[in-house]
Design a protein around this ligand. Structure first.
Ligand code: TMP
Length: 208
C-alpha cells in the first residue's frame, strides 16, 4: 500500500521484543524529519478495535481456539484499517503500527497447528493490504519472555503459553521475513535500545 509518499510501516516480533518502545522512537524520529506519522497498534488502534483487544489479550490462554482468534483479530484489524490506517494514508500521513497481519500469520497461523491457509483466506477477503515496510525485531525468546512477564501488564494471555510457543513464534517471523524480503527487514533486538533504534531508523530512512 503506497498512497503518494505516505509510508505504511509495521513492527513485528515476539512478546517482550521491545516493539512498542521502538515504534514510539521511530515515530519521534520521523517527526524530527518533518513527517507527521500516526502511531498506532494492534490489536486496537481504533475505539472498537480496542474493545476487541481486551477480549483477546486478557484471561485464560484456552479462552479462544486459534480459529476464533483469527476472526477476532481480523475484526479488530478491519476496524483499525477503516477508522485509522486508511484515513491517515489518504491524508498523506505515514502510519507506524505496533503489529499488523504478520502477527496473525504467526501467532494464529503457525503455532497451534497449521492454520496459515485459513489466515490467508480471511486476510484476502477482509483486509487485502500489506505494509510498505515491516521491521521484525528478533531476539532470544527466553530473554524476551522474562521482559514480557516482568511487565505484569495483565495482558499476558499469549506469554502464558510459555517458552516453546515463543520459540515457534520466533521461527515463524523469521520464515515470513525470508518469504517477503522486499517488505521485511529483520533487526537484532537483543542489542541496547539506542542501537536497535538506530537500525530501525536506518531501515526506514532508506525508504523515505
Ligand atoms: P502486544 O503485546 O504487542 O500489544 O500484542 C498483544 C498480544 O496479541 C501479543 O501477545 C500478540 C497477540 N497477537 C496475536 O496473537 N495475533 C495478532 O494478530 C495480533 C495483532 C496480536
Amino acid at each position: 500500500m503506497t498512497a503518494g509518499r505516505a509510508l505504511f510501516i509495521s513492527l513485528e516480533g515476539i512478546d517482550g521484543s521491545g516493539k512498542s518502545t521502538q515504534a514510539r522512537r521511530l515515530a519521534e524520529h520521523m517527526r524530527a524529519r518533518g513527517r507527521d506519522p500516526v502511531l498506532t497498534r494492534e490489536p486496537g488502534g481504533a475505539p472498537g478495535a480496542e474493545e476487541i483487544r481486551r477480549l483477546l489479550v486478557e484471561g485464560d490462554p484456552a479462552r479462544w481456539s486459534p480459529e476464533t482468534e483469527i476472526l477476532l483479530f481480523t475484526a479488530a484489524r478491519r476496524d483499525h484499517l477503516e477508522r485509522t490506517i486508511r484515513p491517515a494514508l489518504a491524508a498523506g500521513r505515514d502510519v507506524v503500527t505496533d503489529r499488523f497481519a504478520d502477527s496473525t500469520r504467526v501467532y494464529q497461523g503457525a503455532t497451534r497447528g497449521d492454520l496459515r491457509g485459513l489466515v490467508d483466506e480471511i486476510h484476502a477477503a477482509a483486509i487485502g493490504v500489506e505494509p510498505d515496510l515491516t521491521l521484525i525485531l528478533d531476539m532470544d525468546p527466553e530473554v524476551a519472555l522474562e521482559r514480557g512477564l516482568a511487565r505484569a501488564s495483565g495482558e499476558d494471555r499469549f506469554e502464558e503459553f510459555g517458552l516453546p510457543f515463543q520459540e515457534k513464534l520466533r521461527a515463524g517471523f523469521l520464515a515470513l521475513a525470508r518469504g517477503a524480503p522486499e517488505r521485511c527487514v529483520v533487526i537484532d533486538a537483543s542489542e541496547d535500545p539506542d542501537t536497535v533504534a538506530r537500525h530501525v531508523c536506518e531501515a526506514v530512512n532508506a525508504r523515505l
